[in-house]
Write a protein that binds this ligand. Sequence first.
Ligand code: SAM
Length: 340
Amino acid sequence: MSEDRPELNAQKTSSGATKKTGAGKDTFENVLPLVDPYGRKVTGLRVSITERCNLTCMYCHHEGAEGCTRGSSEKEMPPELICSIVHTAAKFGVRKVKFSGGEPLLRKDFEEILACLPSLKEVSATTNGILLAKRAKTLKAAGLDRVNVSLDSLVPERYEAITGAPPGTLEKVLQGIDRAVEAGLTPVKLNMVLLRGVNDDEIDSMMDFIRPYGGQVILQLIELMDIDPELAPYMIDSESLKKTLAKRAKEVRVRHLHHRKKYMIDGVEVEFVQPMDNSEFCANCSRLRVTADGKLKPCLLVNDNLVDAMGAGDQEEIEELLRLAVNRRKPYYRKEISVD
Ligand code: SAM
């Protein structure tokens, strides 16, 4: 960690701005929010809590984990560290936390992690939904507000081909979605990664599937990130899709995060996430990532600038590490400025 410290000069820590009250509690006045050198404020954390997974999706980016082991729980952050990171980040303006993986529901202590978090605007998780039916209620009770469920196809054979799941798995995922809605983990967002020639003809059937849930389930279409050249043939034409969605929409809204577009079509909400070659996506990125083995990760697509927080002793140290990681944030895609 020490070799990382000099960079901290670029952004002062806020330690001087905290003051002790008589009760020995810290109050935070005039604290510096987490703002990167490009003026982007960090208001969200995306925390991977395990690299282990019970699926082998053909396109998986493993949340940017390098040398992903998929099998071991030995190097995973303990609940105490996860909670310290979130508590510290919350003091400096982080309001939303999303848990991911691997498959986060493989962590038996997920409820324990949720229960020790500070009060936030939103705590969510992205899951493949296989283990959701059994745990939806306990997760909600422990503090989870909502879930994203990955669902690339409603056709069992296709679902199995994309995810490597055994027969019968899709049924479990659909039950998981029902139980999540019943438990109030809403809105449930269905994450559908669009794969040309594989599932891109299922957008309408997905919309038909979510309509009966009356707004409690949202469809989130995700542009494939072709991190591997073998995935290139599966890329869809995003521009043409956006035009079609806009033509069909009664209303189009723009979210602050990544400037994602939301289309209101035939009584359902469809969001489109377009991360590739998208400078607007990066310019409006307000997230810092945390890897399952406790590294603060400034960008999904960059692996040589991680900040190790695994051994961090206290909140002051975590604050320094957070500022260091935020200071290393750089938009991956930036607008080319042409000089004629
Ligand atoms: N196991 C959980 C799940 O299935 O949601 C969480 C981990 S998964 C890596 C998180 C999200 O990333 C999923 O919705 C998945 O579809 C998306 N994802 C993974 N690889 C991707 C890629 N190459 N392009 C776009 N999205 C991807």
